[in-house]
Design a binder for this molecule. Structure first.
Ligand SMILES: [Zn+2]
Length: 203
């Protein structure tokens, strides 16, 4: 298959879009920290911090792919894109994050992967395809937290489960997590919220 010249390809523009998308996702998760901190959800703060770091690392992968493949020392790319801005509660932020993750998983990255294949960039297509699993994982986290916050059940369960303090590691069973950790006295917001597992990698 003849490769489309990189600098004239749609793939380079899609790499640029992916870089911008994940950079702004990284910023958005970073901004969510303000809200999780305000509510004293320390465990959620760790979660959005991690999500932010990961998005920036993903952005770096796409950035590097552009850098590695261009022949000129510098280029300027134009890619028209739209980005949402909203007033949102913390629960809504998680819900929007879930929506964005599923859109990236189901539409954006599959489309970029298809174009990269058509243009003869198989390795780049593979990178886009890896994003399906990454975004699926993110979706699972975000939707779980969104649902729990919406129903005011971040630390409540219908059945007794094991809760774990993320600060000291203390564990105990109950339908609801403790208000204050009996061992380290840290507040409920430090208790780990379990995300239901889905088998990610087929055997
Ligand atoms: Zn503790």
């Amino acid at each position: 298959m003849n490769k489309v010249e990189f600098q004239n390809s749609e793939t380079i523009v899609n790499l640029c879009r992916a870089f911008l998308l994940e950079s702004q996702n990284g910023a958005r998760y970073k901004f969510m920290e303000e809200k999780t901190n305000k509510e004293k959800y320390c465990y959620l703060t760790q979660m959005v911090k991690k999500a932010s770091d990961r998005c920036f690392q993903e952005a770096k992968v796409f950035y590097n792919l552009i850098e590695e493949n261009i022949t000129d020392s510098s280029i300027e790319l134009e890619c028209n894109d739209v980005y949402p801005f909203r007033k949102a509660t913390l629960a809504e932020d998680f819900l929007y994050s879930a929506d964005e993750a599923s859109l990236a998983r189901d539409e954006i990255y599959p489309d970029y992967a298809r174009v990269a294949k058509e243009e003869g960039y198989i390795e780049i297509a593979n990178k886009f395809e890896f994003m399906y699993q990454i975004k699926d994982c993110l979706y699972m986290e975000m939707i779980e937290i969104a649902k729990r916050l919406e129903n005011n059940k971040l630390y409540k369960e219908t059945k007794s489960i094991k809760w774990k303090c993320d600060n000291c590691g203390y564990e105990n069973k109950g339908k609801e997590a403790w208000q204050k950790c009996p061992f380290c006295d840290f507040e409920q917001g430090h208790v780990i919220v379990k995300i239901p597992k889905k088998e990610q990698v087929e055997e």
